[in-house]
Design a protein around this ligand. Structure first.
Ligand code: SF4
Length: 324
């Protein structure tokens, strides 16, 4: 591991002072420490932010506010989250392992790096780790890779379960830098790989996530997160779906749908939402609505099953939601 300086910050201002492109913020450390050991990430400066006052889970008339340093397990167990935003609690409980959920922070979860094996293997070309070196996954083992939002430089899947329901619910991310604060919709926070796969989001050098707000929505109370994976624990999604429906009688008056495991970022599906709205909540409606869920998908040799699996995942999520 390359030498680096380690400091503990007690205030946000202290954490941001002097922060730049070579600064890494340490919260739970469940991604950063792994990647530093592998020499995939080699920051000059590690700033421990665990003492910052960035905790708290509150519900008010604007929505759900979660501090960036809240641990995944605490958010998943919060009574208000479980009652008013069940798919957020479900996505958290289906993530990683219990030990990791006790350590990992909400801010860190949103910034976790891809699980592409080539990204973590510094002996192989990877444009995300070393821009311009090539993408080993294009012709390599790409079963878990993305089919939506890909480019010829990178096909890495976005790994966060939590980000999927958050995108479906139009969550806003709050950011702070030494100069100012700003809030960005999570949907536009993540960037597509294009020709710069090393850039994954709109965070500026030294900027810090301080929290998130999930807007208040009666829709969110009837919601479900479904994750399809090779084994039932401690595994990333092959496909996942976050679905929320508002009904009048049996008619869908509002729908939110987003997908995970298939895109280079969490993937909102507005066309599916539109196809569900105004229709009866039946299996025929669900099947028809997902027909175009994977439009534009570009499968590779080992992940050609993903578009069909995505459609089935959404239908099953909607069916389970109606049965719950
Ligand atoms: Fe690297 Fe992306 Fe290619 Fe994986 S898919 S090897 S992360 S460039």
């Amino acid at each position: 591991m390359r030498p680096y300086t380690y400091t503990q910050a007690r205030t946000v201002r202290e954490a941001l002072r002097g922060a730049g492109p070579e600064t890494a913020y340490l919260a739970g450390g469940t991604t950063l420490v792994d990647l530093m050991k592998l020499e995939v990430m080699s920051p000059d400066q590690v700033v421990d932010i665990n003492r910052l006052p960035l905790t708290g889970i509150t519900l008010d008339n604007k929505g759900l506010h979660i501090g960036a340093l809240e641990r995944m397990s605490d958010v998943a167990a919060h009574r208000g989250v479980r009652q008013h935003y069940p798919m957020i609690a479900q996505a958290l409980e289906l993530s990683a392992s219990a030990q990791l959920r006790n350590m990992a922070s909400i801010g860190g979860n949103l910034l976790q790096r891809t699980r592409c094996g080539y990204f973590r293997d510094i002996t192989t070309p990877c444009n995300k780790r070393e821009p311009g070196s090539g993408c080993s996954a294009l012709e390599g083992i790409n079963r878990g890779h993305a089919v939506l939002g890909t480019s010829n430089t990178c096909i890495a899947t976005h790994p966060s379960d939590l980000a999927v329901p958050l995108v479906a619910l139009s969550t806003v991310v709050h950011l702070a830098s030494a100069r100012d604060t700003r809030s960005v919709p999570l949907d536009t926070f993540y960037t597509l790989p294009g020709t710069t796969p090393e850039v994954e989001n709109v965070l500026r050098p030294g900027e810090l996530i301080t929290g998130i707000t999930v807007p208040r929505s009666p829709l969110a109370a009837r919601s479900l997160y479904l994750k399809i994976r090779d084994r039932q624990s401690y595994e990333f999604a092959l496909t996942s779906a976050a679905v929320a429906l508002r009904l009048r009688g049996r008619t869908i008056t509002q729908a939110r749908v987003a997908a995970g495991g298939v895109g280079t970022r969490p993937w909102r599906l507005p066309a599916v939402e539109r196809a569900l709205t105004g229709r009866p909540a039946t299996s025929d409606t669900f099947e028809a609505a997902v027909a175009h869920a994977a439009d534009g998908a570009e499968p590779r040799e080992h992940n050609a099953f993903k578009p069909a699996l995505l459609r089935r995942t959404i239908v099953r999520a909607l069916t389970e939601l109606m049965a719950s």
